[in-house]
Design a protein around this ligand. Sequence first.
Ligand code: GLN
Length: 575
Amino acid sequence: MSESTKYIIITGGVISGVGKGVTSASIWKILKWYGYKVTSVKIDPYINYDAGTMRPTEHWEVWVTSDWWEIDQDLWNYERFLEVSIPRTNNMTTGQVYKTVIDKERKGEYLGKTVQLIPHVTGEIQRRILEAGKWFDFCIVEVWWVVWDYENIPFLFAIKALEHKIGRENIINMLVSYLPVPNHTKEMKTKPTQQSIKALTESSGIIPDFIVCRSPYPMDEVRKSKIVTYANIPIEHVISAPDANTIYEIPLVLLEEKLWEKILKKFGMEKKEDYNKAELQKLVNNVINPEKETTIAIVCKYLKEGDNMMTDAYISVSESLIHAWANLNAKVNIKWVDAKDIENRWAKDILEWVDGILVPGGFGSSGIEGKIEAITYARENNIPFLGICLWMQLALVEYARNKCDMQWANSIEIDKKTPFPIINIIDSQKEILESGDMWGTMRLGTYWAILKESKTLDLYKNSESRYKRDYERMKEIKADVNEDYRLWIMSKDDNVVLERHRHRYEVNPKYIKDLEGCGMVFAGYHVRKDGTKLMEFIELPEHKFFHATQAHPEFKSNIHTPSPLFYNFVKAGLK
Ligand code: GLN
């Protein structure tokens, strides 16, 4: 444990989705501006070991870290706001904690002891928090949902006990709460927040030092005083966080409230460097007052939860479009299209007015033919097209069927009996798949790809900073290669890009020549240790913009450095 690490514990009040993640990421951003080294831990009290097996309409997007971990989408907040790579150790679930404790018990590490929730489980929670915070000036710990959720009890107990272990002076407790304004009274209500303070204090003994109040508009002094009376904290520690035009404005909103100066003061610290908010301010202004606009259709399948239309299963994709918007100063109107609707109607009826068609990743066969139709429509009508993961696979299926005379071509994920399995499972994965270990067959996390001279290479090269940084990071990355092999790759080709992956099936090498013969360009590939080449990028050079990748570039995009593929896709669609 670093003697000096300071912990900021973020809990939530009143409702879930109140903005803990964005608040935490904003705190990180400004402390970093002030010259400090910051990290964070997200606590997810569900039993799942990771977020990989959860249905997108239940838990929304599964996000992937660089180090091969399927994780809760909230962690991406940090990467969206900051140019950092969040490691897998920054996420803990109840499943992970219990598994560690049970494994230790089986190995006899607690020999003679009765293994209990307290102190063994809570001890493991503390160990993980302290381990993540090691070497950093600040560690932000975000506890999911709201303070009275039963599943949070062991975590809040462990956090309370940390106060004793590392000293109360090294911890700030921050409750992020919500002040609703009911339609019929038009009055901003503090009672639900008062209840949350009570629940937090009574259930765990944690006393909030700061209360960040999310609300539709700024709080007045009367509301702040009500919270002060209830929570017994100085009025400067009640922070007004009204709804912003965009989440990227929140650091600027909280800057107005001088939250960071107050945090540093509470810890008895000073800022090390002066911040410069000009760049963020400019990007936020572009989002609020864009000069141009464009309309992009996202054709996908996880759009409904009951009667609610929810788009969070594709949050990285829609945020990546906002990153392009901020940097191009061009508003992106998103038209959400359920792929099944295209199966029942003409693609033209639904897609005629859009400036670009984006098809994000997915699993299984539902809505597939609709998506293939959308691809044909984009290809034949010279409409900018960006296909991600499954949609690179299907763009090849579409091309094989319609341009290479391979009727009934398909991916074996969708049609096991297809005469042209354009997309297949590679041999080494077959055995694992047969053994029933679905997770073991997933290609997860960061993989490098070599780009040939191509339009795709130009897109990456032209986004200078990102491209160069990737190449630099290549020297450090612990990819699935040994040292000699890594050096070999690097000596061979400078045009290496790194993107994250989450998929199982691959382009079948048997059909590459045929597809190339019909005009398809394979612009980039990864090479496995055994020499197998895995196709990563495709393009149609004659088309206005027709690109697809096996990777998920949306997992790496952020407000300061948008993904080159998303950026140029939006640009191609501008009128
Ligand atoms: N289902 C496809 C595969 O497993 C693509 C996955 C995805 O789009 N993330 O290969």
